[in-house]
Design a binder for this molecule. Structure first.
Ligand SMILES: [Zn+2]
Length: 416
């Protein structure tokens, strides 16, 4: 054997053989069901096996990870985050947009990204930088290059809003203020803007189908159906989905008919609208956490006082959406409340009437499917990416167990 081939024969396995990890948790939630006595085997960045422990021998050379008393789940997927925002009771949204530099906001976002990952959320759909332009794409690059720790990001860049509708607002007419999103009007301008955002590298298009610009400051529809159609058609042509912020009946109706993938918030949904969502397969991302958080910032003492009307309405709409069979994405609008507390949204989903197993499905297999990641994320199955999280106890019996994160793996690497 020549020296070079000898070198390759001896050393190649060291470079070519991916690390194998053999996990033994008490329970496995595989994205659909709870399984007892299962093992999960990871090689490199993929799950290569999962099933009853009694059927397998411990693979030679594998790293053993014992997780007694813990439940192993697919890495959780946050459906609605704003990594570039921090809670409004610390700094108002207006002041974050107007007084914090992009550098400060990006520095904060790196901290938020790490907290999110350590909380077991290995993927986030980040729905708008709210005034920080395309900084989310740079954040995503830094995470993918391993410069900082953070979740996989499905990035929206700046949201798209109708002229005159969005904030910061309320300044004298001769003062020009920046808008916390991208403004465009009319079919031609909107097509141009969507294409520009695609060129910048966004993964998804976020549009505000309504906003608080009514006569008395109430939410009212913004874009026409024709404009929303143009946005969705242009985005779909490039293989991208559109998500719509909508909380009015008419704003939701236009967004659904235009073909958006998810409706964010949906506070004012009627039974008829929920029926239409179920029929068209449009998912609802209810953002329960945002409504509860804002109500508390306005003085509601939860637990001591009855829930304010806005929270009661939200509970009602959520129950109606469940009854209508609307697909529910887990997404809390985190950023309005603290990053790393993402699992609070699942606690609220359960408190508002969703069975815990369904809430777990929503944050894993359902979000993966709705966001176009089925077959790669959201389940514990051979061939999927090794995004895994272990929590103390059984979240199907007590959803608060999701706050007890003990171990996190993202893309085959242990991060906690
Ligand atoms: Zn939001």
């Amino acid at each position: 054997m020549r020296p070079l081939s000898l070198f390759l024969a001896v050393l190649a396995p060291l470079f070519l053989t991916a690390q194998t990890t053999f996990l033994r948790p008490a329970f496995v939630f595989d994205g659909e069901k709870m399984r007892e006595g299962w093992y999960v085997q990871v090689e490199g960045n993929k799950i290569i096996a999962a099933g009853p422990f009694k059927d397998v021998a411990f693979p030679e050379g594998a790293v053993s990870v014992e997780l007694p008393g813990q439940t192993l789940l697919p890495g959780l997927i946050e459906g609605h985050s704003h990594l570039f925002l921090h809670p409004y009771n610390e700094t108002s949204w207006d002041d974050q947009v107007l007084r914090e530099s992009h550098a400060e906001r990006t520095a904060r976002a790196t901290v938020h990204a790490q907290k999110t990952l350590l909380a077991g959320f290995t993927t986030v759909r980040d729905l708008g930088t709210e005034g920080a332009a395309y900084a989310d794409l740079g954040l995503k690059d830094a995470i993918e290059k391993g410069v900082i720790a953070g979740p996989r990001i499905i990035a929206a860049g700046p949201a798209i809003v109708a002229g005159g509708s969005y904030g910061p607002k309320g300044f004298a007419s001769h003062i020009s203020t920046p808008v916390g999103a991208d403004v465009a009007d009319g079919v031609d301008e909107l097509i141009r803007l969507v294409r520009k955002q695609i060129g910048q590298g966004v993964d998804i298009i976020k549009v505000y189908a309504d906003y608080r610009w009514g006569l008395r400051g109430e939410a009212m529809p913004t874009f026409s159906l024709e404009e929303l159609d143009a946005i969705v058609t242009t985005a779909r042509s490039s293989g991208r989905d559109v998500v719509a912020h909508a909380s009015t009946e008419e704003g939701m109706r236009r967004a659904i008919l235009a073909g958006v993938t998810t409706i964010e918030h949906g506070d004012g949904a009627t039974p008829e609208i929920l029926q239409l969502m179920a029929e068209k397969g449009v998912a609802l991302c209810p953002t329960l956490g945002a409504v509860e958080a804002i109500s508390q910032y306005r003085g509601w003492k939860k637990g001591e006082e009855p829930a304010p009307a806005r929270v009661v309405e939200k509970q009602e709409v959520f129950k109606q959406a469940l009854a209508a069979g609307v697909t529910i994405c887990m997404g809390g609008d985190v950023g309005v409340f603290s990053h790393g507390n993402n699992a609070w949204e699942l606690e609220l989903m359960v408190a508002y009437g969703m069975p815990p197993l369904d809430a777990l499905r929503s944050a894993t297999s359902v979000n993966a499917r709705v966001f176009g990641w089925a077959g790669r994320l959201g389940a514990i199955k051979p061939g999927l990416l090794a995004d895994l999280v272990a929590v103390e106890g059984r979240p199907d019996q007590d959803i608060k167990a999701l706050q007890q994160v003990k171990w996190v793996m993202k893309d085959g690497k242990v991060v906690k």
